[in-house]
Design a protein. Sequence first.
Lengths: 252, 368
Amino acid sequence: MSELVRADQTPAVDIVDVHKWFGDFHALKGVSLSVARGERIVIAGPSGSGKSTLIRCINRLERHERGHIFVDGVELNDDVKRVEAIRSDVGMVFQQFNLFPHLTVLENCMLAPIWVRKTPKAQAEEIARRYLARVKIPEQADKYPAQLSGGQQQRVAIARALCMSPKIMLFDEPTSALDPEMVKEVLDTMVELAREGMTMICVTHEMGFARQVADRVVFMDEGQIVESAPPDEFFAHPKHQRTRLFLAQILR
Amino acid sequence: MSDARLAELPPQARRGALGWARAHLFGGWASSLTTLCLVGLVVWLAPGLLRYLIIDAVWSAADGGACRAAGAGACWAFIGAKWPFFVYGPYPPELRWRVDLTMALGAALVAWNLWRGAPRKGLAALALLVAYPIAGFALLYGAPFLGLAIVPTAQWGGVFLSLLVAAVGIVFSLPLGVLLALGRRSKLPIVRMASVGFIEIVRGVPLITVLFMANVMLPLFVPEQWSPDRLLRPLVGVALFASAYMAEVVRAGLQAIPKGQIEGAQALGLSPWRMQRHVVLPQALALVIPNIVNTFIGLFKDTTLVAAVGALDFLRAIDVARLDPAWAGPTIATTGYVFAGLFYFVFCFAMSRYSLGVERRLARASAR
């Protein structure tokens, strides 16, 4: 078997028996999850179930305290340089966008390619404009984030992450802070990204999105993965009582 | 004008000078009373001040004779006669062009740096912060290999010494303060404890004590030939003192930056230094510009304290000049101190106005 094929079989993300505490609160209780390359995972669950904590562990915004996390075959540990290298390959989109308000949209997108990837400025600008065009806001490049609507800001955040050519994209409730009329434009961008084969792990309550693009829906409750199934099966035949209860509440 | 257009205008009473006065000066009996009291105060004080400072003032005289006459006001002639001494102190008169050149260069470079939209900002900063201190030192102190005779720091003084102390304090206190503020928030216990210790000790001690310690105690510990120059000691003292205050100002700004900004930068793979440099500090410093300028203004006025350790700053130069028997007179001290007050006010007010301008610009940027 050639090196290339083996590399392709390494999971994009491999989470093995991960535990996390916040003080005395046991936030993750032995979570294991393997995400294949190109796979689209939607993580759902009630608030406080640990789903955000889990994806924040994947780029070490939270430090897991037991177990192992491998990203692209490399284990996350306390080695700062390794963490930075992994973060530069893992894009993240936040609920509150977390754009840099003192930089223009274009500068937001150019910052990491220039300082992390050492891309020449002209090339970084070209990349940034290309991705801004892909999220359909090329004309906003020279504005500041505060001048944009929430939906536009979130699309900038997606473009900013894509400018680093990430291998994996993490979405932490990307539409929860948006006004209802702006949810669709962000979801459309994410659907398009999924069609292009990006490995995606999304924490979201948008079950329509899960049905449309997810390969697997993972249901978490109280720090554990309760159920994991393809969307058809997940929505039609949930196995666990807790999953059924959650779906009944969310899919009225 | 149509009725519809008219309806969009503010009510008549709010418009015009009379409307403004009615609304703001005589809005009620308390407001009216305050206005009248303050107007009364001005009417009571202004004529005396005007007479003393302008009408009865002696504008030109060869010596103090005219100023000693009964009923004479401020002795501006004294300021005119002593002006060179106020500016240069005991700096050798034939070499004062070197001070002029240094100050002119400095003013030009500061203007280049502060002027918005000036070309080559990076070069401007480099020129001001790297090239200028070296050139300035060579000009002021002398560089024998360039044919510039050495002027020992004991012969420095006046306005240029005050500006020098303030400039060194301002230039060093901000970067040092930023480092101390970052150190205070560091996860490394040694760095954090050292920063906290420095800040708290320096803030807990009056500047004058720091200056005395630098001047009197340092020579006790350091061998004579290594002992730093007598002017360098207060310079370092002032810079370190101001940096402790600056550290707390910067820390306030750092704490106001939401955690999401840091996470956003981390998620992109930025290293901690790059994150501070490009994401956190630009926002944190912009937030605390009024406080930074406030510290600068305090620092500028505190430079008068270096006189306590023997440096002949502007205020001390006035003190020395007024003892000249040729000018001795009842109005000399008042004139000198009024002039000193004006001098400090002009500089501090200019700093304050500049910072207001920057604030307005940043406010516009964030509100866009």
